[in-house]
Design a protein around this ligand. Structure first.
Ligand SMILES: *Cc1c(COP(=O)(O)O)cnc(C)c1O
Length: 384
């Protein structure tokens, strides 16, 4: 069976050599815009490509404001601060995620609480969050408190795993009932929609990443999305060292961050975004082919686009019946030069988050043991 999968992936990518997990593709205006940015001497965090990028991202997502940042983690960090996440408070998120989600919470001096994911979306489960809050939380006049730890719960961070949207309607309803702002970790989900609306724009704020392995990249980069004018202004301020506008004086009115995206990177990303619709179509076609293949293969379950959502299908994943079967595939595929990889370790199993509160994490535990990511680079139509 493993050989069948390996042969299928080789056929899909038409490659004899190593098949990477997710390689970036630069076939548009990337070099042109990059050189233009160098020639203009606007290489740092102010420049025409930054402005153009922010306008384009707002247009693509439908968000009123897009603030470009050095990476997705920085966007999430600032998003959490702006949502009111303070030191000593707690933030609910999923245990099954990339470590940056939990790290951004920790950068705020807050502590993550890890809830379960849904088995189909692989993202934060509204039912799990509802049950956790009903069992552990209490609403008081000044906020939502965790009865066990005594800490105030200040936000909820769902993550749209591999580009597949979480059940946003239900999750937003649960969080509204408990007075919790939602900050979306949409790092992997540029271009994904839920009931026709872009993910990253459902919560108070949303963060997207342009790291080298994401659907579009500029080496490193990110964006913070919001519809709130005051929050957008504050995000821009905090990410540019909280410098008060003045022709020459250095006045800073808060401990700010050097988190703005350089114009050089923005130039590359502007070119990448011109290709986004084609890239998403390509990803979705790859996902369709994987889905059709795995339908005919026993003891595997391809993680498909959730109902009601349109995924960017950034990273394909398949679930095996058991951990030994999954591990056997991992070693067979690596031996064959196919760069598959296991899904992340659950956050509370990492040293720095091991004391964090969790629910029973039933789905998360099973997924952690059985899911593998499969090669998902854009496929070249002309064989390049
Ligand atoms: C990539 C990623 C991030 C972080 O983005 P960077 O741009 O690498 O800082 C955060 N969360 C998730 C789920 C990611 O996949």
């Amino acid at each position: 069976m493993n050989q069948e999968i390996i042969d299928f992936i080789r056929g899909l990518y038409g490659s004899e050599g190593v098949v990477p997990l997710h390689a970036p593709v630069f076939r548009g205006n990337e070099k042109k815009y990059l050189l233009d940015s160098i020639d203009s001497t606007y290489v740092s965090s102010v420049g025409p490509y930054v402005n153009r990028l922010e306008a384009t991202l707002a247009e693509i997502t439908g968000a009123r404001f897009a603030v470009a940042t050095v990476n997705g983690t920085a966007a999430l960090h600032i998003g959490l601060k702006l949502a009111g996440v303070e030191p000593g408070t707690e933030v609910i998120t999923q245990a099954l995620t990339f470590v940056a989600t939990a790290n951004a919470i920790a950068y705020c001096g807050a502590r993550p609480v890890f809830c379960d994911v849904d088995a189909d979306t692989l993202g934060l489960s509204p039912t799990a969050v509802d049950q956790f809050l009903a069992a552990n939380a209490q609403r008081r006049s000044d906020g939502c408190y965790n009865k066990t730890s005594g800490a105030r719960i200040t936000a909820c961070v769902p993550m749209h795993t591999f580009g597949h949207p979480v059940r946003l309607d239900e999750l937003l309803a649960v969080c509204a009932a408990w007075g919790l702002p939602v900050v979306e970790d949409a790092a992997e989900a540029l271009g994904s929609t839920y009931h026709g609306k872009a993910v990253g724009t459902f919560g108070l704020l949303g963060a997207i990443s342009f790291n080298g392995n994401k659907i579009v990249t500029c080496g490193g980069g990110g964006v913070l999305l919001t519809n709130d004018t005051a929050l957008a202004r504050r995000a821009r301020h905090l990410t540019t060292t909280a410098k008060v506008a003045h022709p020459y004086e250095y006045v800073h009115d808060a401990i700010g961050y050097n988190y703005r995206l350089p114009n050089l990177n923005a130039a590359v990303l502007c070119a990448q975004l011109e290709q986004l619709p084609a890239l998403i179509a390509n990803q979705r076609d790859t996902a369709r082919q994987y889905a059709a293949f795995f339908r005919g293969l026993d003891r595997t379950n391809f993680i498909a686009e959730p109902a009601g959502a349109r995924s960017n299908c950034w990273l394909n994943a398949v679930q095996f019946e058991s951990q030994p079967e999954r591990d056997a595939f991992l070693s067979a595929s690596h031996a064959a030069g196919i760069m598959s990889r296991p899904i992340w370790r659950l956050m509370q199993r990492l040293e720095m988050y091991r004391d964090c509160q969790t629910d029973r994490l039933e789905n998360s535990g099973r997924l952690e043991a059985t899911v593998v990511n499969l090669p998902s680079s854009a496929r070249m139509q002309d064989g390049n």
